[in-house]
Design a protein around this ligand. Structure first.
Ligand SMILES: C[S@@+](CC[C@H](N)C(=O)[O-])C[C@H]1O[C@@H](n2cnc3c(N)ncnc32)[C@H](O)[C@@H]1O
Length: 196
């Protein structure tokens, strides 16, 4: 599900590069370390995550996609001329990628926008090499069910997840959670390994 106008303003606002680097990505870097090799970012939005992944995580080759054509155009403009970045418009439930292709996958707040997020996890597992890491920051149902969130933002109403449900979904898709931290039942950061 693509962003409504309010959330589009939130993710594209001028302080976002600072916030994404220090509050969203830095805990993942501390938990999971650098991510070398060929890396996928799902729901790449305006391309800030891609820049952080190359600058801070040492990613060698980055593939990214988003459902939303307008956000993708922003990413293409931002990353224009950056070698070793490949972007496309697509859905996390169906990737145009061979099996066992990626050394790591990043999700900065995307799964909670996807009605069948379990299907996305299975698809990520398919394209990850055995032993590859999934770095994930997600928004949990406690936050999404808040009346103000419901008024301001648009998310699928059914099949959202709390922390335990997300852990269960990851385990079912073949991931072992290596490290995690939570913020007030609303957000969680996780690094997990795909077992193969
Ligand atoms: C909260 S935004 C986060 C964007 C970006 N990761 C960031 O942190 O700035 C969620 C993003 O997921 C994208 N999205 C939603 N459903 C998707 C799907 N099924 N496949 C790929 N991207 C999706 C939206 O278009 C949006 O750009």
């Amino acid at each position: 599900m693509i962003l409504n106008t309010f959330e589009r303003l939130v993710v594209n606002q001028p302080l976002r590069p600072f916030l994404q680097r220090w509050l969203e990505a830095r805990p993942l870097l501390k938990m999971g370390g650098k991510a070398r090799g060929r890396v996928l970012e799902i729901g790449c939005g305006q391309g800030l995550g891609a820049q952080i992944l190359m600058q801070d995580f040492g990613v060698d080759e980055l593939h990214g996609f988003d459902l939303d054509r307008r956000q993708l155009q922003r990413a293409q403009k931002r990353l224009n001329g950056t070698s070793k970045v490949h972007l496309w418009q697509g859905c996390a439930n169906q990737l145009p990628t061979p099996a066992h292709f990626y050394d790591a996958v990043f999700d900065f707040n995307v799964l909670h926008h996807i009605p069948d997020w379990q299907c996305s996890l299975n698809e990520l597992a398919r394209v990850m090499k055995p032993g590859a890491k999934l770095y994930l920051l997600e928004t949990l149902s406690f936050f999404l069910n808040n009346p103000l969130s419901r008024i301001l933002m648009k998310h699928p109403r059914q099949n959202r997840f709390n922390f335990q449900q997300l852990c269960d979904g990851m385990n079912e898709a073949g991931f072992e959670i290596l490290q995690h931290c939570k913020l007030s039942g609303s957000f969680c950061w996780m690094v997990a390994q795909y077992g193969g």
